[in-house]
Write a protein that binds this ligand. Sequence first.
Ligand code: NAG
Ligand code: NAG
Ligand code: NAG
Ligand code: NAG
Length: 328
Amino acid sequence: MVYKIHSVTITALVLWLHFSNVRCVFKNHQTISRCTFIVHPICPDPLINFYLYTRENEHHPQRVALENITKSYYVKSLPNKFIVHGFNSNMTLGSLQRIKDEYLTQMDVNVWMLDYSGVSAGPVKCYLAAVFNLPSVGKCTALFVRKIMELSEVKEHKDIMHVIGFSLGGQLAGHVAEHLKPVKLPRITGLDPALPLFYSTHLNRRLSRNDAEFVDVIHTNVLVQGQLSPCGDVDFYVNGGLSQPGCNHSTEPFVCDHHMAPAYFAESINSITGFWSWPCPSVFNYLSGQCPPQGDHELMGENVNESARGQYVLHTNNVPPYAQGDWK
Ligand SMILES: *[C@@H]1O[C@H](CO)[C@@H](O)[C@H](O)[C@H]1NC(C)=O
Ligand SMILES: *[C@@H]1O[C@H](CO)[C@@H](O)[C@H](O)[C@H]1NC(C)=O
Ligand SMILES: *[C@@H]1O[C@H](CO)[C@@H](O)[C@H](O)[C@H]1NC(C)=O
Ligand SMILES: *[C@@H]1O[C@H](CO)[C@@H](O)[C@H](O)[C@H]1NC(C)=O
């Protein structure tokens, strides 16, 4: 699924989209063979929506816009969690809903969800459109996130905003960070952030450790749908990061592995056992048996120690609860 598309192709596409639009009444979206492109980024965009869940409305998302944040269930004194879905998905995805449920069980928080499925869904070929749209979605999302941060009255700075992005949503978190500058997010969690697809620098903007004060990344399907190279302050390669033991590879190769990242993260929120890891310099060292459990131990997931740095591996059970506890 790696498209090697030259930046010239992208430029031609952009020019064509602009010119083909001249005759139309002003429109900021163009749909070409079932894929929607944002040709004129405008915020707010009707296809980029924000929803809030709190203990007042655990199962009924409240749609919130920039102008009516203060009229919503939003509580200024509570921490903010902001969950972002990936390509051809939406915020109803089971594992993302589970993250929300685990948070609301554990603590009183505002759980925000972005839904940009209108500009990131469709058949596989629409991945190009979804990636093309990321900077625009990032811009509108950053406006919204900035507003929440401005309104916030949380005591601990690190609680002001924690963005959790799954797959393409992990890369989107990088675009949000870019548009928030000079404001920096306290934390971004990347859940198997998607492979970068393009060799064009502007579209190739991807999650990095500079995008927040602390960036933690969980890798579960590197090489296929996730990114192999480390991109956080700390990167966890679960079961080596290639494939996951609970997945039936004869029925759904790769899809399941990729989706285990949000499943592990969700479990980590209330896990007493804990996902404890040990250092390992690379996936290749792991595969060649050079990474036995030894050295420093670090907890993966919601309760990660923010002073953790480097690359770690860990094992899980193949059925829930996945966490195996401390090996040390
Ligand atoms: C906020 O505004 C949006 C868009 O107009 C609307 O759909 C939503 O219901 C409003 N939410 C609240 C809490 O007033
Ligand atoms: C959300 O995605 C699911 C599949 O993951 C799909 O069944 C559902 O129709 C989608 N909902 C919307 C509103 O797009
Ligand atoms: C995996 O799926 C195949 C095909 O449906 C089935 O025969 C097999 O029993 C499944 N294996 C496990 C471990 O669930
Ligand atoms: C986090 O790690 C640092 C350095 O290893 C350690 O000093 C500190 O006690 C840890 N914090 C927690 C809460 O475990």
